[in-house]
Design a protein. Structure first.
Length: 159
């Protein structure tokens, strides 16, 4: 699973695929995350990743090229220090506990595409219906945290 998690409200995007190719990491940004933030009129200034080969730092690397083309800064976590990427680590644990363990007990998947459809349904629940108890959200749903941020910014601009 390739995951993108907003560090302000823990809004998450996920893409299930059979490889860790850079193109798959780009796909979740291009197809899911950036359109969401563009619709909300929020700029994405930086992306924090681990040091996996799908995020390599060569200028000819597909992930790096995509970030450069979209004027997004690429930040990396410290090596052997997963707590610096705690939002994604916590999301991965939640996805494992609340999605993967449950569906694997109830269903046999014949393809990644079918599992991806179920994951997409779960992500909608995670982002819009499930309260997040993290200190930033204080029991609000991730989408509500993002929306309240936008409302606050608009109020500040209006006054």
């Amino acid at each position: 699973m390739h995951a993108v998690v907003n560090t302000y409200g823990s809004y998450a995007f996920g893409f299930l695929h059979t490889s860790k190719a850079p193109e798959c990491a780009v796909a979740v940004l291009h197809n899911e995350a950036l359109p969401f933030y563009q619709e909300k009129k929020l700029a994405v200034g930086a992306v924090l990743t681990d040091n996996g080969r799908e995020f390599c730092d060569r200028d000819t690397h597909p992930y790096e090229l995509y970030l450069i083309l979209n004027d997004i800064e690429h930040r990396r976590t410290k090596v052997c220090n997963p707590q610096t990427n705690g939002f994604v680590e916590r999301f991965n644990r939640t996805a494992l506990d609340e999605f993967f363990r449950g569906v694997f007990r109830e269903k046999f998947y014949e393809s990644v595409e079918v599992m991806r459809e179920d994951m997409d349904v779960w992500l909608v629940h995670y982002n819009t219906a499930r309260p997040y108890l993290g200190y930033r959200n204080m029991g609000k749903r991730p989408v509500a945290t993002i929306d309240s941020y936008i409302a606050t910014v608009l109020d500040m601009k209006a006054s």
